[in-house]
Design a protein around this ligand. Structure first.
Ligand SMILES: [Zn+2]
Length: 94
């Protein structure tokens, strides 16, 4: 008997990888710090290790996570709705 959750995760990861290949998207590692410009943050949100930025050709984000001013804005679904990224900096919010 095998785990359904594991299979779904693997399937999802494969779908994401295929969708990224299609458009030439890449994961970019984040640096340590917070998601959000310091002057905006009453309660700074640390970026947990391993969280990444999705870099998509043709989409430029105005901020980096450390200077992001769109922290509270709704994210943007990309890769056919597989991944949710921050509009300001592209960090993965899925
Ligand atoms: Zn952001």
């Amino acid at each position: 008997m095998h785990s359904t959750a594991y299979d779904l995760d693997a399937e999802y990861a494969a779908e994401v990888a295929a969708a990224m290949d299609d458009i030439g998207a890449q994961w970019v590692p984040t640096v340590a710090g917070t998601h959000g410009a310091p002057d905006l943050m009453m309660f700074p949100t640390g970026i947990y290790p391993g969280r990444q930025i999705l870099s998509i050709p043709g989409i430029t984000h105005p901020f980096t996570p450390n200077t992001c001013r769109d922290v509270d804005a709704p994210g943007m679904w990309v890769l056919d709705g597989l991944i949710l990224v921050c509009r300001g900096c592209g960090i993965d919010c899925t």
